[in-house]
Design a binder for this molecule. Structure first.
Ligand code: ARG
Ligand code: ZN
Length: 880
């Protein structure tokens, strides 16, 4: 018998809570295996709730040892408690105090939800439903309470005691114990509760808000890691200033604490005043962190800080509204990074992420709207669709309303809903009112799953001097959504004249806002531009102004023109990608028929021109010279995917581009390093990115001299970006130095787990038939730790998502390895297991032999009797 699918939760069934909890007093007596939690909740029946209605509180793996109402122990007949729920059959009609004592075991908590220990440090993760693993509660985001938390522990083990809010009191107790009381004046849902206790080092700084209030800033890390907190602290201060300047939002407590832990299911968590982070998003120095790590830290620190207003001050009514905080906060962190770095480069990076993660999700069995209508396990909805597409929807709102309308709408939202748990409807209503817009059709972006396909055809009439653009949109069917309605799609565009300048075209009445944005809001629409002297080249979807697939036929010469001339840097990049992609698809078909394939001259020329175009940002050049990934190509091909043919085609393209312009690539590979000591700034990072990209074209597989250069780079690098880039080339290209390099790297970094994650990842993503055996061998490596989510992701997740030919190996060994691992991990940590399981989501697009093998691996997972609800939900939906 297979395990049961958890019951469906539906948006349409939302009911407000029957009781409110005004205050929560927690007394947590910490012990590794027997922590005693005493919770006193001030409960208030809601007027709509009939007096005497039973009180139902959520629990999860809890043991209740005491229960009192207004101080009096409750008769055994007056309540029912099991691990999952507490029912008080006839609670008082008037407000009352409910005191609960529960006992929990942090060391046995391998799910890393609720209270657990990471390298000896007590920490919590309560979003989405972890608080119910600490005490029985109305564990839902629309119950907001003021928390006072008293922590007690031996001072020797836990000199640091932290919880949400401001520190109210500390003191010494008998037997070497001590305590701290924290009070958070801001009412909050339980998912924002946090505590931390342990022996940690503190790195401190301070910030003065725009209105002159001092805020103490602290980052807590394991002893010895203090020197790696500087970048995170700097990012925090810049985030705080930026949110004041750009959104008018100030911080609201006396202290802002960040704690870095090494065992964490996700990236980080915005607990009020006490953010808890996966240490990979805090720790950085040149020796151990790549430029990408620096950028990620900056973005995640900002993201969690920005949640203080978008998430904490204003939270979600229910978990269906998750995008209300996540989409908006991702949008805010993307804007922050754009202001800190190059806006164009950031935009391209974000769109690449959207296309590689969100588009396949939206095109497969796990597709769901930005605001889902139904879920079985909420932890499975922390998705690219909710986060990344959610951010795109907010960005479109800004495009449609203009900067001022957008800011006015957001200000009204903050004013009106501060302190509330609210909805997408309320969010949109603020913009409608402040900007005087009708967003009823725009709201479909939250309701409909699937990526719209926008088809654009153009016609130039030389006699009438008109240029007509025919647009249409449709969303292909996705699970549970056969038909769809036309969305509001803002299309930023330009008509480029022969000299490369945008034409100043007369805007047709009604169809255009803000000068260069055309609004497509019907299934079909024609737009005719008058007085167009010569046939222009259409640059459409500039800046990727909407999360759609654009189907527009451009001749190779038009694409080459856009790649060289478009004043929109995003579309320059896109034109290069489109040229390469078309050629890759053509070459893939040849490779799958074992026919000779070579890269076309057009593509080689465009790449060479980009390399030499010094007017372009270095980072942008590096991005433009990056070939579409194997997964991108698979997506473009869409069905009967043969990963080996894709890999072969892509390798040939790299070889052809590299060998045709060997000396140019060599020049950039070896002569383009930033000067002076290492600095993580965007300009220096761009130089390194371009040099390393050039190196990958110069040092081709089998070229001994080229690989010597890579080895030199590996041994002489003074920073992790260059060292890791070189290591990856040596290993992935099977260079003779690869084993020496892996060994040298391991010796250097064996005591640094974040750096060792990169070592596991590099090997797991090695193309070629040995990968499965390598991964299996590494699972037995002394440094492999199946209980550490970062390590599991580094080895298994990166294999499943970053090694397409070997995950989808034609004999099924890759699928089997991942399915086995999912079953193994699921027993301990369902969230990590179910995330790994999503790597099967595009299985139906594979060729028949491979998809049959993937299906049988999925069926094996599905047959497991003890599957968690997390993995059960993913496997059910993936197979549907
Ligand atoms: N709210 C966190 C963030 O912004 C994500 C936490 C999700 N955790 C989870 N277990 N579902 O990034
Ligand atoms: Zn978030």
């Amino acid at each position: 018998m297979r395990s049961e699918t958890a019951p469906a939760i539906r948006l349409e069934d939302y009911q407000p809570p029957a009781y409110r909890i005004d205050t929560v007093h927690l007394n947590v007596d910490l012990d590794p295996s027997a922590t005693r939690v005493t919770a006193t909740l001030k409960l208030r029946r809601q007027p709509e709730t009939p007096a005497g209605s039973p009180l139902l509180l959520d629990g999860d793996e809890l043991t209740l040892t005491e229960i009192r109402i207004n101080g009096n122990p409750l008769a055994e007949t007056a309540f029912k408690a099991d691990a999952q729920q507490l029912e008080v059959s006839a609670p008082p009609a008037e407000p009352f105090d409910l005191t609960l004592v529960t006992e929990i075991n942090p060391d046995a908590n391998t799910k890393l939800m609720g209270l657990y220990r990471s390298s000896g440090t007590y920490c919590t993760q309560c979003e989405a439903e972890g608080f119910r693993r600490i005490t029985y509660f109305l564990d839902r985001p629309d119950v907001l309470s003021v928390y006072t938390t008293r922590l007690e522990a031996p001072k020797k083990d836990c000199p640091v005691l932290l919880a949400n809010g401001n520190l109210a009191e500390t003191g010494e107790l008998d037997d070497g114990r001590h305590f701290a009381v924290w009070h958070d004046p801001h009412p909050k849902p339980a998912y924002l509760f946090a505590l931390v206790a342990g022996n940690l080092a503190e790195v401190s700084d301070s910030f003065t808000t725009a209105s002159g209030k001092g805020v103490a800033l602290n980052i807590y890390v394991e002893h010895g890691k203090e020197d790696r907190c500087g970048w995170a602290m700097d990012s925090l201060k810049r985030s705080m200033r930026w949110d004041e300047e750009v959104f008018g939002r100030e911080y609201d407590l006396d202290v802002f604490n960040i704690v870095a832990v090494s065992d964490f299911n996700m990236g980080a968590m915005e607990n009020k005043g006490l953010n808890i982070f996966n240490d990979k998003y805090v720790l950085a120095d040149p020796e151990t962190a790549t430029d990408q790590d620096y950028a990620n830290i900056e973005a995640v620190i900002a993201h969690e800080y920005f949640h203080n207003w978008t998430g904490n001050r204003i939270t979600c009514r229910d978990w269906f509204q998750l995008c209300l905080k996540e989409g908006l906060t991702v949008f805010r962190d993307q804007e922050f990074s754009s202001d800190m770095r190059s806006r164009a480069v950031k935009r391209i990076a974000d769109v690449r992420l959207l296309k590689s993660h969100q588009f396949p999700e939206d095109a497969g069995p796990l597709a769901h709207p930005v605001r889902p209508k139904i879920y079985h396990e909420i932890n499975n909805f922390y998705t690219a669709t909710v986060y990344e597409k959610g951010a795109e929807v907010v960005r479109m709102l800004k495009t449609l309303l203009g900067d001022e309308g957008f800011r006015a709408g957001l200000d009204l939202y903050f004013d009106r809903h501060d302190g509330e748990a609210t909805t997408i409807e309320a969010f949109l209503a603020s913009f409608e009112e402040a900007a005087g817009a009708d967003l009823s059709q725009f709201a479909l972006w939250y309701e409909q799953a699937g990526t719209p396909i926008v088809t654009a055809e153009t016609e130039y009439d030389p006699d009438r001097k008109t240029f007509t653009l025919s647009l249409s949109q449709e969303i292909p069917p996705v699970p549970g959504q056969k038909t769809s309605r036309a969305a509001v799609i803002p299309l930023r565009f330009g008509l480029i004249g022969p000299n490369g300048e945008d034409l100043d075209v007369a805007a047709p009445e009604g169809a255009i806002v803000a000068g260069d944005v055309l609004i497509l809001d019907k299934a079909h629409q024609d737009v005719t531009f008058e007085n167009v002297a010569a046939p222009p080249v259409l640059s459409l979807l500039r800046g990727f102004s909407a999360p759609v697939r654009l189907n527009q036929h451009l001749e190779p010469r038009d694409l080459a023109f856009l790649a060289a001339q478009d004043k929109d840097p995003f579309n320059r990049w896109q034109a290069v990608q489109t040229l390469a992609m078309r050629d890759l698809v053509r070459m893939t078909h040849l490779c799958s028929q074992d026919q000779p394939a070579t890269c076309s001259k057009d593509v080689i020329d465009v790449f060479a021109a980009i390399l030499e175009d010094a007017a372009l940002d270095d980072a942008l050049r590096a991005l433009a010279l990056t070939l579409p990934s194997e997964a991108d190509i698979a997506q473009e091909i869409g069905k009967d995917v043969d990963p080996d043919a894709i890999h072969a085609a892509r390798s040939i393209m790299r070889r052809d581009i590299g060998s045709e312009h060997k000396t140019a690539f060599q020049r950039f590979a070896t002569g383009f390093a930033p000067e002076g000591p290492f600095s993580p700034d965007a300009a220096s990072a761009g130089k390194r990115a371009l040099a390393n990209r050039a190196l990958s074209y110069f040092a081709l597989p089998g070229d001994a001299a080229g690989q010597d250069t890579v080895w030199q780079r590996f041994t002489s690098a003074d920073n992790m970006t260059d060292r890791l880039a070189a290591l990856t080339l040596l290993v992935h290209d099977g260079a003779p130095q690869k084993d020496d390099a892996l060994e040298a790297y391991r010796d250097r970094y064996k005591d640094n787990s974040l750096a060792m994650d990169k070592w596991f990842m590099t090997q797991a993503t090695t193309p070629g038939p040995k990968a499965v055996d390598i991964v299996i061998a590494l699972m037995g490596h002394p440094l492999y730790d199946a209980t550490n989510p970062n390590r599991v992701r580094a080895l298994l997740q990166s294999f499943a998502t970053g090694n397409p030919t070997q995950f989808a190996r034609a004999d099924g060994a890759g699928f089997e390895l991942v399915a086995e691992s999912v079953l193994e991990i699921d027993k301990r940590n369902p969230q990590v297991a179910s995330r790994l399981l999503t790597s099967f989501r595009s299985w139906r697009a594979l060729d028949p032999q491979r998809s049959a093998l993937a299906e049988s691996a999925l069926l094996r997972v599905s047959a497991c009797e003890e599957l968690s609800r997390d993995s059960r939900d993913i496997v059910d939906r993936t197979l549907q």
